[in-house]
Design a protein around this ligand. Sequence first.
Ligand code: HEC
Ligand code: HEC
Length: 155
Amino acid sequence: MKNRRVLTLLVPILLGACAGESSSDRAALPNKPWKDQSHDERMVTMKKLVYPTMKEEFVRFDSKDFSDMTCVTCHGPGAKDKSFKMPNPKLPKLPTTEAGFEKLKKDHPDVVQFMMNTVVPKMSKFVGEQPYSPKTHEGFGCFRCHPKDTTPIGG
Ligand code: HEC
Ligand code: HEC
């Protein structure tokens, strides 16, 4: 009788030690490609693999802006409503034309280089796709995260 009491007192304390952790924090990384993973499995991959790796890269690029990077930095409203739907409408809109892209490169050279040379190649590996190719118009590119700015340049 006495022992049971101790247990009922202990269990919430033990559980409390994991407070803030959901089941996906303890799950193992799914042993299958991203395209075959369920939403819950993708949750684990994001938390354990994608988020820590990408945060490290963003912090290396700009420690002031990204030291507090979270899921919300990439996902925006999708992180709050738990759908994690991409693209994230709150990220800056990017031009879809070649002229627009050249202008963007000129106006924001550092961040565009970082996005092209680090973010896109790393993210495409995680999801098991080729980086976007302007020749074939296929692969993982900017618009998997960013929304499109369809207003004509100068307009
Ligand atoms: C560097 C940006 C980035 C960060 C940070 C990030 N994600 Fe993602 N996440 C993505 C992208 C891009 C996709 C879509 C991949 C695709 O096109 O298949 C995605 C997809 C997902 C999906 C799959 C949605 C579905 O059902 O298809 C889940 C779940 C998810 N993220 C959860 C998280 C969680 C939880 C965190 C924080 C621990 C996080 N993400 C952090 C970029 C990010
Ligand atoms: C995996 C998701 C992801 C991909 C893919 C991606 N970006 Fe980004 N991008 C981000 C995030 C996150 C930010 C930071 C937003 C913030 O500061 O809160 C960002 C910011 C930017 C900014 C804004 C910088 C500023 O000063 O406001 C530009 C410009 C940009 N990206 C261009 C690109 C280009 C061009 C590509 C493709 C070559 C690309 N991005 C691909 C996630 C992504």
